[in-house]
Write a protein that binds this ligand. Sequence first.
Ligand code: COI
Length: 360
Amino acid sequence: MGQFKSIKITPEAIEAINSFQLPEDLSFGKAMAPVMIESNYDNGVWEEFRMVPYQQLTLDPTCKALHYAQEIFEGLKGYFTHSNGPFLFRPEENMRRFNLSAARMAMAEVPEDGFLDGVEAITSYCSQFIPVSSGDSLYIRPFMFATENSLGIKPSEKFKFLIVASPSQAYFKSGSVKVLVENDAVRACPGGVGHAKTGGNYAASLLSMINAKNKGYDQVLWLDAVTKENIEEMSGMNFFAVYGEKLKTPKLTETILNGITRKSIMELAKHLGLEIEETTMKVSELLEDVKSGACSEAFACGTAVIITPIDTLGTGNGDIYKLQHAQGPVAMKLREALLNIQEGTGDDPFGWRKTLKPLS
Ligand code: COI
């Protein structure tokens, strides 16, 4: 088993790595690394975690995940920029959140060492495929779904856990995004699964995303389902607004995903001398503040998007609010500080960076 005690590295996986050619055109999440981590849960136990060649799956048409959406995932990145690495960023946080999502979705917990060793093994063995420009990375996707075959609506007792990885370029090609406030549809409601990283929350966002794209926007800003007044999040991204030396972000509720980038930005911002306010943020107030200039910058953050400035906020009735800065100084300073930690070009005062051994 070598250095990854909980993972069996199969000879077929090594062969797949040795014969792999990285495609030239990567973009985000399209090219896949030649190996994946796999394990199945049945009768209350996980089988051995293995690294195997990346491959198609065979599923029974009645597999419960396909009908009842019992599915969860995580996203984290491996870095090998500036000939340094590979590094991971706070992988234990993803592991914890994964098992919180599992509990909410009535799924089996994944053993911590299987999750963490799996993430480390795929990153170490695929380090030669990590693109080296700043902002690029190996995007790592652990996920789990219900594999019991039956159309009965009851929790599955069988699950498949996989980790796949994608050598990826930056998520957004342009340096800032236009965001449409969603005044009609909602992403998540109290008592639901909004705080879990489960596919249904993302499926719920897609129709609004199409509408937003048709109006010339890149993303949707979700409001709370009850009053439709308060800002929540952006599906795969959390939201921050900058007021002078203060950052404001919606305080966490059960309808907002507890972003690891969000949490890291708050700690980093404090360290850089900025004030943080986690609060209920009324969208009407934010828009007024953008108009008056009191709020000079806003940005989205998440593992995939890192920190991406917002240049425009629009509303359903066609009003447009331009942020004073398309790429504000506070957002860009935080982005640089975060990337310096993640990519190993700066100090790591919080001990967030995990250095691995390149094994390919
Ligand atoms: C991530 O940042 O890892 C996300 O989950 C966003 C993803 C849906 C692209």
